[in-house]
Design a protein around this ligand. Structure first.
Ligand SMILES: Nc1nc2c(ncn2[C@@H]2O[C@H](COP(=O)(O)OP(=O)(O)O)[C@@H](O)[C@H]2O)c(=O)[nH]1
Ligand SMILES: [Mg+2]
Length: 575
């Protein structure tokens, strides 16, 4: 590069530092190799000569144009695609041709033009030979100035417009050449074409580029011995532009701007990736939020529903207690003295009237709770399936050429949740699930059986009472003090019996409610946990990707701002 002023040197070193950091960052994000190469080469290009790259459709006259510029038929011309390689023309004392890669040749020439500018001839854009376009495209990021050649006989074709858009994205300085003006009849035709090209170029580039209408054919002839054609060729304007307008300083500015343009392009392109991902992740987060909300509601509803069902069981027991009260009131009194002594009879009456079908009723209620739990559990899984297939998570096709495994991982996780939820729903066997729950809550269910035992316990209480009553009655008969029995002993017995029964029933109620609560809470937790475990890898992925992509986007936006600022400084170094 030319000798730099102190200010230029400072700008250059800042630029290198910034671009190197950007490169490291982008590599860390896993950018495509092709993009990484483009950036690396554009940075590398800072150390090289000013690179003027000539692009355009094949047959536009790119090679002819370069020949005219150098004043010699150096490059092959032809109506069929002649250049299949990129040709770099460099200055050197000794002329030689060497191949640097499969697609790139370097031609060293002793031409004064090349002392400050290296010129690149490209195979051009071509709808038929795609490879040529690729080769050309790969070279674009390295260029410091693009000379876009279009031909007067078919100016600004659709494929040229598309190609220009691509170049523009790299932030390149572009100059337009309308070649072959010698084939046009009259100045009106040229004016029309110029206007057409200018209009269309502006649409793509958003600014008006310099446009040079010329004839390479006439220019070369003029340089080769027919000077009368020089003015007509209108070649001089372009030469003046390249040699004078594009003086050392403006070339340096372009050179410094070149890799910044590439860096800006890439940071914007990858920002878009991350933005798109964050949009997708927003849907994921919303879905996870919905599912979480729903599971929360499920838990709350279940607990409430459970309390209600437990209180129904309590009610059954309370009713039994009431019947017990009535029983003791009815039977433990003087008038029943002869019934009381027949303890088996009393016990049977007690079990028939007080205990009755309480064990069956309670067991029925417990079974109902299990069924209700199983139903709701299934409904939760169905809700998950509905959520996942709500369409919100449909793959976004607009994301082309993603980097890393993001889309793959996301789709895989979503699919696995959907499959698992579907599997659970499809294979849900209510009977088996209920059995499972019953088995797991065996202790709680066993407590219901204990009511039977409890009833026996109370039966025993009655039996014991009856026996002691009988003893009392005997004693009383002997003592002959019936009054004392009616007034004192029997009421005390009755009171004690009631008290004891209340205590027993309460203990039964407490035990039952406690052990059922414990087990059913566990069951509810269990089913929630199963759902949460199923979606957990997805949740984890979404949260961590969201964080990663937010950071990446922020970082790239910062780079973008820094690049824009530095470009501004380079463009107006005075400020
Ligand atoms: N009439 C006319 N023909 C030209 C001009 N420049 C190039 N050509 C012809 O156009 C054809 C394609 O030129 P070439 O330089 O090979 O085009 P490239 O494919 O863009 O490199 C050749 O036959 C050239 O002789 C020009 O200014 N006027
Ligand atoms: Mg050519």
């Amino acid at each position: 590069m030319e000798i730099l002023t102190k200010k230029q040197q400072e700008l250059l070193s800042r630029e290198r530092e910034l671009l190197n950091k950007l490169q490291i960052t982008l590599v860390k994000y896993g950018i495509q190799e092709q993009d990484q190469k483009a950036l690396a080469e554009s940075i590398h290009q800072l150390d090289d000569f000013f690179l003027l790259v000539v692009v355009g459709e094949f047959n536009a006259g790119k090679s002819a144009f370069i020949n005219a510029l150098l004043g010699d038929k150096i490059l092959l011309e032809g109506v069929t695609p002649t250049t299949t390689k990129v040709n770099i023309l460099r200055y050197g004392e000794e002329q030689k041709l060497s191949s640097v890669s499969e697609n790139v040749d370097v031609l060293v020439l002793k031409s004064p033009y090349l002392k400050e500018i290296s010129i690149v001839d490209t195979p051009g854009t071509n709808a038929i030979i795609r490879e040529h376009e690729e080769i050309t495209s790969l070279f674009v990021p390295r260029s410091d100035l693009i000379l876009f050649v279009t031909s007067a006989d078919r100016p600004f074709t659709e494929s040229e417009r598309i190609f220009l858009e691509k170049i523009q994205a790299w932030g390149k300085k572009i100059v337009l050449v309308i070649n072959k003006i010698d084939i046009l009849e009259g100045p009106e035709a040229l004016e029309e074409i110029e206007e057409f090209v200018a209009e269309n170029a502006k649409k793509v580039l958003k600014t008006s580029p310099e446009i040079f209408p010329l004839s390479s054919l006439q220019a070369l002839k003029a340089k080769g011995g027919e000077p009368s054609l020089w003015v007509e060729s209108r070649f001089e304007a372009l030469e003046t532009y390249i040699l004078e307008t594009l003086d050392q300083e403006s070339r340096l500015i372009l050179k410094l701007l070149n890799p910044l343009g590439v860096g800006k392009h890439l940071s914007q392109q990858y920002s878009e990736f991350f933005e798109n991902r964050l949009t997708m992740l927003k849907d994921d987060l919303a879905l996870i939020g919905d599912v979480e909300d729903q599971l929360g509601i499920f838990q709350k509803d279940m607990l409430e529903g459970f309390q209600l069902r437990i209180s129904e069981i309590s009610k059954i027991l309370l009713e039994m207690e009431q019947r017990g009260e009535d029983f003791f009131t009815e039977y433990i009194r003087l008038a029943r003295i002869f019934d009381l002594v027949k303890k088996e009879k009393i016990q049977t009456i007690y079990e028939e009237q007080v205990v009755a079908d309480v064990p069956d009723q309670v067991e029925g209620k417990v079974t109902a709770i299990i069924d209700w739990l199983v139903d709701n559990n299934l409904r939760q899984w169905q809700a998950i399936t509905d959520h996942i297939s709500s369409g919100r998570l449909k793959h976004k096709d607009r994301m082309v050429g993603d980097i890393g495994n993001f889309n793959y991982d996301r789709n895989r996780l979503i699919t696995s949740i959907r499959d698992e939820a579907n599997r659970v729903v499809d294979s849900y066997d209510k009977v088996r699930e209920a059995d499972e729950i019953a088995r797991r809550s065996q202790n709680a269910v066993a407590a219901t059986a204990a009511i039977g035992a409890g009833a026996v316990g109370l039966g025993t209480l009655v039996a014991v009472l009856a026996t002691t009553m009988a003893a009392d009655v005997t004693g009383i008969l002997l003592a002959g003090v019936m009054a004392a029995l009616g007034l004192f002993i029997i009421p005390t017995r009755r009171r004690n019996a009631k008290k004891e029964m209340r205590q027993k029933v309460k203990a039964m109620r407490d035990q039952l409610s406690e052990s059922l609560s414990g087990h059913f809470n566990q069951e509810i937790e269990r089913s929630l946990q199963e759902i949460r475990d199923t979606i957990k890898p997805y949740t984890r992925f979404v949260r961590s990707e969201n964080e990663k992509n937010t950071t990446a986007l922020k970082t790239l936006k910062k780079f973008n701002t820094e690049i824009i600022n530095l470009s501004g400084e380079i463009e107006s170094p005075g400020k």
